[in-house]
Ligand binder design. Structure first.
Ligand SMILES: NC(=O)C1=CN([C@@H]2O[C@H](COP(=O)(O)OP(=O)(O)OC[C@H]3O[C@@H](n4cnc5c(N)ncnc54)[C@H](OP(=O)(O)O)[C@@H]3O)[C@@H](O)[C@H]2O)C=CC1
Ligand SMILES: O=C(O)CCC(=O)C(=O)O
Ligand SMILES: [Mg+2]
Length: 734
């Protein structure tokens, strides 16, 4: 990889709503950048693209696709990397299967997803699909720690235009339920290695020793954790909460991260499906198994598989009558919380419920108080405390609230999000041991069949980089800064041993607090209620949770966040917002040709990427472009040009027109680079003069269903024609 062969900026091709938005925005970015000699390339990290790249041996030469994720994985370790990363699908099994079927229907002869692989070929296909499953992109690209916050302009806009917040009442029955023991939190052990080591993980049983994993290598200074969740304790807890929910008259809801915790959380989700339908599984367990039912694929998949089994269907209906009402994903279509493991994702689902005053949607298409089941106690206290705080003090006022920024430990697959290769569903009662090459038993746990055992780790260099990033950010903001670490949790206690000496060495110990997540939650909420800023310095999971929770409370969405990954080898990865790919937005576009996706995250990331290019390569034209992007973003906010939610009103495409117009205007009127101003003067003029035609062409396109030629692998030409319906605008952009 050399600078000469590579575009200055790589913009990622993704899925769903952000990819639709790119069809309209990327041509604008490319045209504008080209005028300043900046090149923008694309690399495909979409689910369909990653599937095709994994099966070259099943495809014709024209169908073959390069493995762009592997290419990007190398790029992010190079000092000149400059990547704009949009959110992509982290696929659950049902999503993966749907994408495979769509591709097969388009003539790509890839293998079916083998649910229970038997032959070597099936095992091989399954291994390739498993590598694509879940959050398979972010951990590869995130070779640095995370800095997420609302840009000042975005925060000011939210304060001036506060969104609606649901009221909280002190007698709300909404609550968080977590296990009272036997969970990952209570079983955790953690040690920091004083020298480099290689470990194996074994299960000792009455029948002998099974090697679960070998050759797990750790550099010196790695914090290595091991823990497990007891299957029995989990089932007892779920059974009790189902009963309690019914007594309390609330909605039953389960909040997991089956995408990012792609091994452990689908298993926990499966336990909930099984427990909810316990009488059915007790009576028809064998038949369900024979029909290929895997509870971790959800109720939706189960119902499909028993379509022609009236007796089981009747038993399910009977059981459901006796169960509490469920929190719904789509009450109109009967899609429940337990239908698909990737539908309810905790980072987005809990904040949305909290923003709505603790109410979830029920099967009656009305909102109700909800029991939020989050089995493990490691991070559930954050939501529990938030809910308690709002019950006590009432809702937050976005017009006056301050902001919580985040510095997250993320690099090199830090903590739980890197634990997939070392997570196991225990096949037999016994003892799991993690043994180092010198024979030391690092960790051991007595386990039972079905328990979920896992080891997670965090490396020294990323930890140190994270603490230094926090120090830098605190200096910049000069505000409250809290390490969300619990001295009574094994892993956190190890991290504190890194944090304290660095703070002392840098002479800044007095600028930082160290608080357990529950206490830090309350403290931060009190701080922002006073209109002030707090920096949350957290591990990887809380990075994920908090950068949806606080933005959703403060700005209504995490899509508007600035999300910077300062790559450890010097490059920059600029993520667009902190949220996902908004499948509901695609549904609306397909039905009524209105895309409510807000590209503010893309605008912010583009500005940062150009500024980074300017300083990393001393490129003054990129600096001019970047500054103008900031002005254009400000223009979109000041003039309220963000997309509306309703068809017939300005949408994502309109916001891109205004972004282009303000960008061109800023470039035409700046005086730093006369070549650029001369180039953009006529473009700016054309965009201003074309307003009436462009706006009416864009609005005129809305209101009718559209065909994109696919969902996971849409037709590029069709998508482009849907997303670029204004001839006047297209003629100007070229
Ligand atoms: N970085 C990444 O790559 C990430 C990927 N994901 C993936 O995204 C998919 C969907 O995840 P989900 O949990 O539903 O979360 P999403 O963030 O995609 O959606 C939740 C809701 O947030 C709102 N929203 C999100 N982005 C925008 C935006 N740009 N403009 C306006 N509103 C927005 C929408 O609300 P409304 O419907 O009310 O308009 C949306 O329905 C999954 O496949 C998941 O794995 C999730 C998080 C991060
Ligand atoms: O990688 C994913 O699946 C989700 C990422 C995410 O939610 C985040 O980084 O905030
Ligand atoms: Mg997230």
């Amino acid at each position: 990889m050399t600078d000469q062969t590579q575009p200055d900026i790589i913009y990622t091709k993704v899925d769903e709503a952000p990819e639709l938005a790119s069809a309209s925005l990327l041509p604008i970015i490319r045209t504008f950048a080209a005028a300043a000699g900046v090149t923008v390339g694309t690399r495909d990290i979409s689910l369909a693209g990653r599937i095709l790249a994994a099966f070259p041996d099943f495809l014709s030469d024209e169908q073959k696709q390069e493995d762009d994720l592997a290419w990007l994985g190398k790029l992010v370790k190079e000092p000149h990397a400059n990547v704009i990363k949009l959110p992509n699908i982290s696929a659950s099994v049902p999503q993966l299967v749907a994408a495979i079927e769509e591709l097969q229907g388009q003539g790509y002869a890839i293998p079916d997803y083998p649910y229970s692989p038997e032959s070597d070929a099936e095992k091989e296909a399954r291994a390739r699909y498993d590598a694509i499953k879940g959050s398979a992109v972010n951990p590869v690209l995130r070779e640095g720690n995370s800095d997420r916050r609302a840009a000042t302009a975005v925060k000011k806009f939210a304060q001036a235009n506060p969104h609606r917040m649901g009221d909280w009442s002190s007698d709300s029955k909404t609550r968080v339920a977590s296990m009272s023991g036997g969970d990952f939190f209570s079983n955790e052990k953690s040690t920091t290695l004083d020298k480099a080591a290689t470990a194996k993980i074994v299960l000792e049983t009455a029948d002998g020793e099974t090697v679960l994993k070998e050759g797990v290598s750790f550099p010196e200074g790695t914090v290595v954790d091991a823990t497990f969740m007891s299957a029995k304790a989990l089932d007892a807890f779920l059974a009790e909460e189902i009963e309690k929910t019914k007594e309390e008259g609330t909605l039953f809801s389960l909040h997991m991260k089956a995408t990012m915790m792609k091994v452990s959380d689908p298993i926990i989700f499966g336990h909930a499906v099984k427990e909810f339908l316990k009488p059915v599984f007790d009576k028809y367990g064998d038949e369900l198994k024979a029909a290929g039912v895997d509870p971790s694929s959800g109720l939706g998949d189960l119902l499909k598989r028993v379509q022609d089994k009236p007796e089981i269907k009747a038993a399910i209906d009977e059981c459901m009558k006796d169960r509490p009402a469920m929190y719904m994903v789509d009450s109109g279509k009967g899609i429940t919380n337990l239908h698909v493991p990737s539908d309810v994702i905790i980072d987005a689902s809990m904040p949305a419920l909290i923003k709505n005053g603790g109410k979830g949607w029920g099967p009656d298409d009305a909102t109700h108080d909800t029991n939020c089941v989050i089995p493990d106690n490691s991070y559930a206290p954050v939501y529990d405390e938030t809910i308690k705080y709002f019950k006590e003090t009432g809702k937050l006022d976005p017009a006056t609230a301050g902001t919580v920024q985040n510095i997250g430990l993320m690099a090199q697959k830090a903590e739980e999000y890197g634990s997939h290769p070392t997570t196991f569903e225990i096949p037999q009662d016994g003892t799991v041991k993690m043994v180092l090459d010198d024979g030391t038993v690092l960790h051991e746990h007595k386990v039972e069949k079905g328990d979920i055992w896992r080891s997670a780790s965090a490396k020294k260099a990323p930890i140190e980089d994270w603490v230094m990033l926090a120090i830098e950010r605190q200096k910049e903001e000069n505000c409250e800064a809290i390490f969300w670490l619990d001295e009574n949790r094994a892993h956190d206690a190890e991290l504190i041993k890194f944090v304290k000496p660095i703070l002392e060495r840098e002479g800044v110990s007095d600028k930082f607090l160290i608080m357990a997540p529950r206490e830090a939650t309350r403290q931060s909420l009190e701080t922002i209620r006073e209109g002030k800023t707090s920096i949350a310095i957290t591990g990887n999971v809380l990075r994920d949770y908090l950068t949806d929770l606080f933005p959703i409370l403060e700005l209504a969405t995490s899509a508007k966040m600035l999300s910077i990954v300062k790559l450890m080898n010097g490059g920059g990865l600029f993520e667009t917002g902190a949220g996902g790919s908004a499948p509901k937005h695609v549904q609306q576009l397909v039905e009524e040709n209105h895309l409510r996706w807000d590209s503010l995250g893309e605008f912010c990331a583009l500005g940062e990427s150009l500024k980074f290019l300017a300083s990393a390569r001393d490129n003054s034209k990129a600096r001019v472009l970047g500054k103008a992007v900031e002005q254009a973003t400000q223009g979109v906010l000041d003039n309220d040009r963000s997309p509306s939610r309703k068809a017939g009103e300005p949408d994502n495409r309109d916001s891109h027109y205004w972004f282009a117009r303000y960008w061109a205007e800023a470039l035409a009127t700046q005086t730093e680079d006369t070549e650029i101003s001369a180039h953009f003067a006529p473009i700016s003029k054309a965009l201003i003069e074309g307003e009436e035609a462009i706006v009416s062409e864009l609005i005129g396109a809305q209101g009718k269903p559209v065909d994109l030629g696919g969902y996971y692998h849409a037709d590029e030409k069709k998508t482009s024609s849907v997303m670029r319906p204004s001839k006047t605008l297209n003629d100007i952009i070229g």
